[in-house]
Design a protein around this ligand. Structure first.
Ligand code: FCA
Length: 333
């Protein structure tokens, strides 16, 4: 009897030791998460990466940051993530229509996928609602941008008769269209004359793209156009527009450009003055951190991120407050 019990407790001890050893092995297994972005040159995405990295350090996983400027690179990146043992990834795709291909490739490789900023669409142009997404409440943020532009124009005592708005559009991207639609909606609500709004499409989503778009609109302005409002879906789409107004001879006091992102306007706001008045700063730090953390939680506990999360908090940063506002969220370098 005594002997049997002795054997039993020996067995138990051995089993416990094995279990502890096994769980130590499991917990020591490195969790790898990818974070793929379409435009790594934009400080917006660098900021998301930096805060995703912070989440990785705090939660103990490895972040694999990959630039995916086109479809080919995107699909190759997913294969390489799988080959490297990643379990899932967050992505801002170079083209939202790649959604079905990205999902198919991820399934094939047994990887979980979540979209950030730019939401996947299917072959019919409908949102792929089954893919978790976190991004900006685009129309509302655009409205705040438009309201801020109208308010500054009023503060400067501008007469609407001699004021025109040039809106650089990028309607291929839903978040882009909604932002400029929201902006125009707010301008009109503030009394801005609808027939003084010129829409001009951008071919590319960068400073040269917006500079070209605005330049082609400026030549259509009537002779009495004295003051200009420059709009667009992010900082780069407004920065190029402002550059175009400078080339056309408009001085800073006659131009109000307000971007969206904040992160990509820091260099511009450090200049004493320019037609680039300010930017609507959302929460790139939270977006980067939270999406990476949610993906980590998904692959380690099975808890799927919410299908749709919209971030609507924005702060207008101008030359007067940008340093304090960026410091508040740990974005001042
Ligand atoms: C899009 C834009 C980025 C940023 C992001 C939130 O991806 O291209 O500049 O505004 O949405």
């Amino acid at each position: 009897m005594f002997r049997r019990q002795g054997i039993r407790s020996l067995c138990c001890a051995a089993l416990t030791a094995a279990a502890v050893g096994f769980s130590a092995l499991v917990s020591a297994e490195e969790v790898k998460i990818g974070f793929l972005v379409k435009q790594p040159e934009e400080p917006w995405f660098q900021t998301e990466w930096a805060f995703a990295e912070k989440a990785a350090k705090e939660h103990g996983f490895t972040l694999l940051k990959i630039a995916v400027p086109d479809g080919e690179k995107t699909l190759a990146a997913i294969d390489s993530l799988a080959a490297n043992g990643a379990k899932g990834f967050v992505i801002c795709p170079p083209d939202v229509a790649l959604g079905p291909a990205i999902v198919a490739k991820s399934r094939f490789n047994n990887l979980k996928v979540m979209a950030v900023d730019d939401r996947f669409v299917d072959a019919n142009g409908e949102f792929m609602e089954e893919v978790p997404y976190l991004g900006m409440a685009a129309f509302e943020v655009g409205q705040k941008q438009g309201a801020a532009m109208a308010e500054e124009a009023k503060r400067r005592g501008w007469n609407w008769d001699e004021t025109y708005a040039v809106i650089n559009t990028y309607n291929e991207l839903d978040t882009g269209k909604k932002r400029t639609d929201g902006s125009v909606d707010a301008l009109i609500k503030a009394g801005f004359p609808e027939d003084h709004i010129l829409y001009t499409p951008q071919k590319t989503l960068d400073v040269p793209g917006s500079m070209n778009a605005t330049t082609s609109a400026l030549v259509k302005l009537p002779r009495n156009a004295k003051n200009l409002i420059i709009g667009g879906m992010n900082d780069n789409t407004v920065l190029g527009g402002v550059r175009a107004t400078e080339s056309a001879g408009f001085s800073a006091e006659n131009v109000i450009g307000i971007g969206i992102n904040g992160t990509d306007a820091i260099g511009e706001l450090k200049k004493d003055n320019s037609g680039f008045y300010g930017s609507m700063l959302p929460s790139p730090h939270i977006e980067g951190y939270e999406t990476a953390r949610m993906m980590y939680e998904w692959v380690t506990t099975g808890k799927e991120p919410p299908k749709y999360t919209a971030m609507d908090e924005v702060t207008l940063i101008t030359r007067d407050n940008f340093q304090q506002e960026l410091e508040k969220i740990g974005l001042w370098k």
